[in-house]
Design a binder for this molecule. Structure first.
Ligand code: SF4
Ligand code: SF4
Length: 379
């Protein structure tokens, strides 16, 4: 397993975690087998948004003494008042469900996630009400170790981050969602075909969100990495050919600020399937040829796919490009963390000889040599 820092929380997540949504309503034995399989690979982060008492207790029971070895994302405002998943902002209900969760998981939750900030209304109902006061108190009291939230909307996610309250968040990340037009709400296409024919390049709001998170050291954990399986299916995939699990995982993990993907496996076999990513080589993870076949407006913009490797001078081009893109958000105030990351690279922009061998391999027409020079100047 590979582990990454979750922003500036000081916590390190396995790059592949487990979203527990799909083990809800399954027999206890299946839940235990799935969790055992995940932990056997070194998974140390679980998302538990489900409000049901039974599933929460089953997960806690399956973990047993291993509770301390994993970090739990627990969602504040996830309830099942009307016997289904409800988003509640009604404080007595919110407290009842979250405090029940605290008890079940040993008195603390690692990441207290403000549930579902997708609209202006969601934002107001959290940040302009006692909801946020409650969340801040949970943190002060040590009931939650870090404040997070979940969202599918880059504009609202950015608003939430700008309050300064959250330290991390869970976001829906996959190439199809990233490439929908900026005014498109991902769930409008989730039940159909993920918007075949609409693709015009990376949504600037989403690209900006990732870069700002990197700049502010706000860690991202990912949901919907496989687009509910649709990206793997020729019938529904919006690209010329379906992606593989490894390509989807690699895409999400190569976005700036992303710490981990949390696929929703419901069996031990599904966990094994996702974990094959860890054994794939770079060519098996490479998603560039799938995306470069789409009608796109992203020529010249780096997608951090590493298809241009190997560099004749040994530079990790995607890593330099990621740092450069974040630095360009505000060249007069480059975050220390980004500078430090750039300096930690064994080779960087200053090592580029300008040979341009890489440029012939880049499917997205990035002027790599020019950018390496720019990185050298900027850093
Ligand atoms: S142009 Fe620079 S980055 Fe590209 S292969 Fe040559 S040395 Fe490497
Ligand atoms: S420069 Fe091109 S090939 Fe290299 S990581 Fe960026 S998009 Fe991919």
């Amino acid at each position: 397993m590979i582990y990454r820092e979750i922003g500036k929380t000081g916590r390190r997540a396995s790059v592949i975690g487990l979203g527990c949504e799909h083990i809800d309503f399954k027999p206890y034995e299946q839940i235990k087998e799935t969790i055992d399989a995940a932990l056997s690979y070194g998974v140390n982060i679980l998302d538990v948004f489900m409000p049901g008492k039974t599933i929460r207790e089953h997960i806690a029971k399956a973990l047993g003494g291993r509770r301390k070895d994993v970090m739990i994302q627990g969602h504040i405002g996830a309830t099942d008042v009307s016997q289904q998943y409800d988003i509640s902002r009604d404080m007595p209900n919110v407290q009842k469900y979250f405090e029940e969760m605290l008890k079940i998981f040993g008195g603390y939750i690692d990441f207290g996630m403000m549930f579902y900030i997708d609209s202006e209304e969601d934002y107001k109902n959290i940040f302009d009400t006692p909801f946020v006061t409650y969340v801040e108190k949970l943190k002060r009291d040590g009931d939650i170790l870090h404040v997070g939230f979940s969202s599918h909307n880059p504009v609202m996610a950015l608003r939430a981050i700008e309050t300064g309250v959250p330290e991390m968040f869970m976001f829906s990340v996959n190439p199809a969602f990233d490439m929908l037009p900026p005014d498109t709400y991902v769930f409008d296409h989730f039940e159909t075909d993920l918007g075949v024919g609409m693709f015009r390049g990376v949504d600037p709001d989403r690209a900006r969100l990732y870069k700002i998170c990197e700049q502010k050291q706000i860690g991202i954990t990912c949901m919907k990495t496989l687009g509910a399986g649709k990206l793997l299916d020729k019938q529904y995939c919006p690209f010329a050919e379906p992606l593989t699990i490894a390509q989807c995982v690699e895409y999400a993990l190569s976005r700036p600020a992303v710490a981990a993907v949390l696929p929703g496996c419901k069996t031990a076999a599904e966990v094994d399937g996702v974990m094959k990513y860890l054994d794939c080589d770079a060519s098996e993870r490479d998603y560039s040829h799938v995306l470069s076949g789409t009608r796109n407006d992203f020529r010249g913009n780096c997608l951090y796919c590493s298809h241009c490797q190997p560099c004749s001078a040994g530079i990790d081009v995607a890593a330099v490009m990621r740092d450069l893109d974040v630095a360009r958000l505000n060249e007069s105030d480059i975050p220390a963390s980004v500078r430090a990351h750039y300096r930690s690279l064994s080779k960087n922009g200053g090592d580029c000889t300008g040979c341009k061998i890489c440029e012939s391999r880049c499917p997205f027409g990035v002027a790599i040599a020019e950018n390496m020079k720019a990185a050298n100047v900027l850093f």
